[in-house]
Design a protein around this ligand. Sequence first.
Ligand SMILES: NC(=O)c1ccc[n+]([C@@H]2O[C@H](COP(=O)([O-])OP(=O)(O)OC[C@H]3O[C@@H](n4cnc5c(N)ncnc54)[C@H](OP(=O)(O)O)[C@@H]3O)[C@@H](O)[C@H]2O)c1
Length: 163
Amino acid sequence: MLSIIAAIAENGVIGNNNDLIWHLPADLKRFKKITSGHTVVLGRKTFQSLPGVLPNRHHVIITKDDHFFVDDPNVEVINSIEKIVDRFSKTEEEVFIIGGGEIYKQLLPYVNKLYITKVKKHFDGDTYFPEINYSEWNVIEQESGVEDERNTIPYEFISLMKK
Ligand SMILES: NC(=O)c1ccc[n+]([C@@H]2O[C@H](COP(=O)([O-])OP(=O)(O)OC[C@H]3O[C@@H](n4cnc5c(N)ncnc54)[C@H](OP(=O)(O)O)[C@@H]3O)[C@@H](O)[C@H]2O)c1
């Protein structure tokens, strides 16, 4: 089963210059908690935006570059979206699509669950989350984020299941 996990600004922005824009440790903590121990699927650009391989997660990186290689037993490279769908959309195990924009857009039609952090502010950026048609989804969890000295932007965690 494929799920998406993403943090999305009020205007749909998710990133700029191949980086995240906001600093929200509570979101990073939730991301770690939800994805740890699982397989994560990500685009080559998002992988290169990370400080390195995420601990305790198997990575499947999507690229068209046949020579792309990461020397780590927790990383594999796949060259098409179709292969991701064939391999993971019908599994019992939950597999997490962790971005970025191009990968979310192509895989959203095959996803059963969304874990969204709504970042309640407009941001300028160059990468957007695809349009969510809310009539296709049921909200199953919703929780206001706690603002404090480290998390200074209003935010909310929301999970949605495909109807
Ligand atoms: N807010 C969030 O939750 C969140 C999460 C993740 C990322 N982000 C942000 O999103 C931005 C990156 O997103 P992005 O859209 O620029 O890039 P991306 O989706 O991470 O990666 C795009 C790359 O994936 C490969 N790819 C895409 N479609 C493919 C296909 N059909 N077959 C084979 N390979 C394919 C290509 O790699 P090659 O060019 O190597 O062929 C392409 O350049 C960054 O700013 C990042 O910080 C935000």
